[in-house]
Design a protein around this ligand. Sequence first.
Ligand code: FAD
Length: 430
Amino acid sequence: MALISSILQHAKSHSSSKISTYIQRRLFSNDVRKENIVIVGAGIAGLASALSLQRFGIRSLVLEQAESLRTEGSSITLSKNGWKALDAIGVGDELRSQFLDLQGVVIKSDDGKELNSFGFKDEDKSQEVRVVERRVLLETLASKLPPNAISFSSKLSNIETSENGTNTLLQLQDGTRLSAEVVIACDGVWSPTAKWMGFRQPKYAGHIAFRGLGYFPEGQPYEPKVNYTYGRGLRTAFVPASKTKVYWFVLCNSSSPGPRITDPSILRQQAKELVRDWPVADMLNLINLTPDDTLTRNPLYDRWLWPVISPPPFSGRTVLAGDAWHPMTPNMGQGACCALEDSIVLTEKLAEAMKSKHISVEDAFKAYGSERWKRVFPLTVMANRIGALLQSENTLICSVRNNLLVPKLKPRALTKHTNYEFEQAKRDGH
Ligand SMILES: Cc1cc2nc3c(=O)[nH]c(=O)nc-3n(C[C@H](O)[C@H](O)[C@H](O)COP(=O)(O)OP(=O)(O)OC[C@H]3O[C@@H](n4cnc5c(N)ncnc54)[C@H](O)[C@@H]3O)c2cc1C
């Protein structure tokens, strides 16, 4: 109250530019908690960044809007590049022990005919593909951070740079104010930080994903393979995740994202409706065996980071990582893998800058932006285009896809983008 009345008092007797300077000064001086590094969002990118900074002895504070970790929801596929990042931050083996090493893929058309099948390691033994429960991934990352490293119920509501550009003021919904030397914004696809930096909102891709995790208490019956079925405007997959759980998804087309639906009985009914006449009977069974809390429905969005038009992923000492910067459709299973890669590259460069007198934080962010843009922009575009082909409703396109393209697919086509080498590792010669 005292702050507001003092600002109002000041407003009566000064010009508007002086008033704004005065407000900034007051905001940055009183009742503001000072922090060194603040990470916004305790999702995959946020937790991996905090853990990666910890490797360099750098402490950070993670702000998460939710009351606890987002443990609901289904699973994601992590490929070789994701595992490499998880190894770098020391949690790869703990996760590997819980999830199956998938051997390959079988692709069928919606008349039940097998179009192609191959092993992921047929051409390259180093390939690694596993489905990981999001809950387990987040809990594992969080468990390696010190107590109180994550501040829950801390929703970022406003962000501004200090007058001299060295600090960032973060205003939380509950009124808390923090002044941070560095902000790593991992606040997801609808990132308020990206909006503040001038990024346009993500674009709806025209498809909706229903997902779940079928549970077989006595053990699931499938081989460790990805089972895709491609139809017209509809595609499904089921993939064993562990000894008792099988991940599945149904992807359909829709002209609009529609209302947000979280009621599991509606989600189950809608997913079942989509595959009622599907040749793969396993899909209906899996949907029936799926616990309520793993059923989700997500309209798919992405944002293409056009050169010149798109802003850089940083402003002053605030930087974006993961979906906050480059939301991509999941058609190549790369969103989380790239979020993990971001965390490693960004934190390595930041740690170097913090220890060096010659590299500034801004230099580190610039180097991160240019190294990562080359990686994430093509993947975002490719994922979108693959989605358009796989969700096509055109009879001719579906026929060419199923009879000419898919039968010729080689393992390399599904895995070569996962052979990512961190530039730092290349420079260090390993
Ligand atoms: C259907 C579907 C399937 C997918 N499958 C795969 C796959 O197989 N493989 C793969 O690699 N990727 C996959 N992805 C992508 C993957 O889920 C995302 O890329 C990944 O979750 C991004 O992580 P993130 O940390 O950037 O964002 P998120 O995981 O969204 O985390 C953002 C966090 O920020 C918090 N937050 C947001 N706003 C605020 C605020 N104002 N204040 C404080 N906290 C805030 C949120 O609560 C959340 O915890 C898939 C995505 C979808 C939709």
